[in-house]
Design a protein around this ligand. Structure first.
Ligand code: FBP
Length: 700
């Protein structure tokens, strides 16, 4: 028998008002699910066809020609709409099809709308067509785990974030065994086509599958997904075909909203530096967009650091008619100095707090770390190739891994057996903290990518920053500036002559600064007294007046940080209107490519950067985009990843405003609050700021 308290709670749960507020679907979500994104004009027509555009050309790798003989000559095709077509064409277009779809890699907001677009397009052409979703990523294809996607499922997930409907996974179909299992699955299901929704690695997989399934007549179409924004496509003459992958905008907006809240909190209680690591694996596109969205005090862009040249060192070497190659590229030590410079300059203007954005892949652009990553990738890959077991199972703990590396260095030194790991590598590696050694030795994903999201990048950098700030504190350089009004008030309360005290305490020129900076020589109560006596403000036998001690204590900086990681949260957010519309049209594009017989093409929308009315659905050939890259210690054909172009307008804008946003002056900060993402508000931005700035027509 339930007791009275249980009865009461059961009754309460049945109360309509309570039911409404605790239900799984709130009003906003319900409205989202009902919303139908706009379709490009071509998709308003009953038929679509394709128009080849040989104007866009690619520099084709000779190895790609060998490996993709049947799809290497594909060209860019634009989707066109038709009111009517001849009967044979109509019959071909409308035939019943079996289409499979799979998500591959990390989730990205908008994925469900790709399914919705594909489903709506396919069913409207032929209600008999069946759409199958492979479960848990490419493993679903290899192991033939799939479900048939129904209208109810599609309606449940329309405009909703995550990849919950069919889940995702990171398996690469990279061995003859996996390839043949995948082929068997597609054949046994009588698939006409397979749609692979993924990033650069997954679209690479799509090209290999397209080639493999070519003779079986099974079409493979890729869809550009990744919050990282590093899947962008240009032809060899720089024409933009795909300005950004889907999911980027939603993730960036989500990160920016939260980081902007930190800007507001941080400048209210003025005691922390908020260190925000943002996802993006190697490329810093997300960090760049977050900088534009929030105007955080400091944002580091990996690609910019890689470009770094120490001009002073270069000039010094040039005087001796030599070149200092160590002056190129950023080191960890130098980066920590740059960060400290910003922190110290803000502190001297009374702001011993702020918000800093670090891209998760920043270390990839730091010379010494990049060398470690490449060498360790090769060592682990070579080990796995030679042994039946794998490196991480054979050396489960850090000490074992380090011992293995030591052995490699020893073999090179003593037995002269070639090894890329030498004694110097070993010494340098031994000097880095254990947690970071562990991070650098972490298991690579099945595509050979380094798991940046699992490495405490910020801890490595901030450790050095803290050490150097302590040095600067001991040298009396890192000081909190004292507001002049406050100083005058305390002097008045203490009956002290402000001019005399200021002369003894500070070197600041009155006319130049609102903030009084305590002299570098004053780093303790003892040195404070010495300077006061030297400056004639007090006598040797006097005690330091409490007012002066108070001012001095306020000038001692306490560097406190709060560390945040923005990644999985934004990756799982609901899509912005931009991403919801983009992905719905990508789904339609994928169907048009299938219905018109294409394979080895990536569905894309051209002119994303020009706004919806100019959007043009297209197919981009994947094989011609391949190039060689180091993966698992070997050169492999993969789709090229786009990193931030430091000559782009978006980057130049951030660079030009860097000093203003640092606000290392007496004025206010210049934070921008993008606010939370809204779906039904027409004032919501229509595209990422990066895209808008990089659009070619900005000067029109
Ligand atoms: P995709 O490229 O597969 O879209 O994934 C991107 C990403 O979110 C990166 O930003 C991040 O480094 C990585 O995935 C995290 O991977 P995991 O989900 O395996 O932790």
């Amino acid at each position: 028998m339930p007791n009275s308290e249980e009865v009461q709670i059961q009754n309460l749960l049945q109360n309509p008002k309570v039911k409404q507020v605790i239900g799984d679907v709130n009003d906003i979500l319900a409205a989202r699910k009902k919303y139908m994104p706009r379709k490009c004009d071509v998709f308003m027509q009953p038929f679509t066809g394709l128009s080849a555009n040989p104007h866009y050309t690619f520099k084709i790798n000779t190895e790609s020609q060998k490996q993709f003989p049947d799809i290497i000559h594909n060209v860019v095709k634009a989707v066109v709409g038709f009111d009517t077509v001849d009967d044979p064409t109509a019959a071909k277009f409308k035939k019943k099809r079996n289409i499979g779809i799979v998500f591959s890699g990390g989730p990205a907001p908008g994925g469900h709308n790709v399914i919705a677009g594909l489903y709506d397009a396919a069913k409207s052409v032929n209600p008999e067509t069946q759409i199958f979703g492979f479960l848990l990523g490419p493993d679903g294809i290899i192991e033939n785990e799939h479900i048939e996607i129904t209208g109810e499922m599609v309606d449940h997930y329309r405009n909703v974030g995550g990849f919950g409907m069919i889940k995702t996974g990171r398996t690469k179909i990279d061995t003859p065994k996996k390839m043949s299992s995948a082929k068997n699955t597609c054949k046994s299901m009588n698939l006409d086509a397979l749609v692979i929704v993924g990033g650069d690695d997954s679209n690479t997989n799509a090209a290999f599958l397209a080639q493999e399934l070519y003779l079986d007549g099974i079409q493979v179409i890729g869809v550009p997904k990744t919050i990282d924004g590093d899947l962008q496509v240009k032809d060899e003459n720089g024409h933009v075909l795909c300005a950004i992958s889907f999911g980027f905008h939603s993730a960036a907006r989500s990160f920016a909203n939260q980081i902007s809240n930190l800007c507001s909190d941080g400048s209210s209680d003025v005691k922390y530096w908020h260190i925000c690591k943002v996802m993006g694996r190697v490329a810093s596109h997300l960090a760049l967009e977050v900088a534009l969205q929030t105007h955080a005090n400091m944002t580091f862009i990996g690609e910019d650091l890689a470009d770094y040249m120490d001009r002073e060192r270069l000039a010094a070497a040039e005087k001796n008619n030599s070149v200092d190659y160590n002056a190129y590229g950023m080191t960890l030590r130098h980066l920590s100095r740059l960060i400290c410079d910003g922190i110290v300059r803000r502190a001297r203007n009374g702001k011993n707090y702020g918000v800093m954005v670090l891209p998760e892949g920043i270390l990839e652009f730091i010379n010494e770390i990049q060398v470690f990553i490449i060498k360790l990738n090769t060592i682990i890959a070579e080990y796995n190739e030679v042994h039946d077991t794998d490196f991480h199972s054979d050396f489960p703990v850090l000490d074992d891994k380090l011992e293995y590396l030591r052995r490699l260095a020893r073999r090179l030194r003593e037995d002269r057996v070639f090894s890329i790991w030498n004694t110097r590598d070993d010494d340098l590696f031994s000097a880095i903290p254990a947690f970071f050694q562990e991070g650098l030795l972490m298991e690579r994903d099945s595509h050979g990518n380094f798991p940046f999201s699992q490495v405490e990048t910020e801890k490595v950098i901030m450790g050095l920053v803290e050490d150097y700030l302590n040095t600067l504190k001991e040298q009396g350089i890192y000081k909190v500036g004292i507001h002049r009004e406050y100083f005058l008030k305390i002097m008045k309360e203490s009956n002290l002559d402000p001019e005399r005290i200021e002369k003894a305490l500070s070197k600041t020129e009155k006319a130049f600064s609102e903030y009084l900076i305590i002299k570098e020589s004053i780093i303790s109560v003892k040195t404070l007294k010495q300077e006061l006596v030297k400056g004639g403000a007090i006598r040797d036998m006097d005690e330091i007046p409490p007012g002066i001690e108070k001012i001095y204590k306020k000038s001692i900086p306490n560097f406190k940080t709060q560390v945040h990681f923005y990644g999985y949260d934004g990756r799982g957010s609901d899509p912005t209107k931009f991403d919801a519309t983009y992905t719905y049209n990508l789904g339609h594009t994928a169907f048009s490519l299938i219905a018109n017989g294409e394979t080895g093409q990536m569905a894309a929308i051209k002119n994303l950067e020009k706004g919806f009315p100019s959007w043009e659905p297209i197919g981009i050939p994947i094989a011609p985009l391949m190039h060689f890259e180091e993966r698992k210690g070997k050169l492999q054909l993969v789709l090229e990843r786009s990193v931030v172009d430091v000559t782009s307008t978006a980057f130049k804008v951030v660079k030009a405003l860097r000093e203003e946003w640092l606000a290392a002056n007496p004025g206010p900060d210049h934070f921008r609050n993008p606010g939370p993402v809204t779906f039904f508000d027409d004032r919501e931005e229509t595209m990422p700021i990066t895209l808008m700035l990089n659009a070619n027509d900005l000067e029109d």
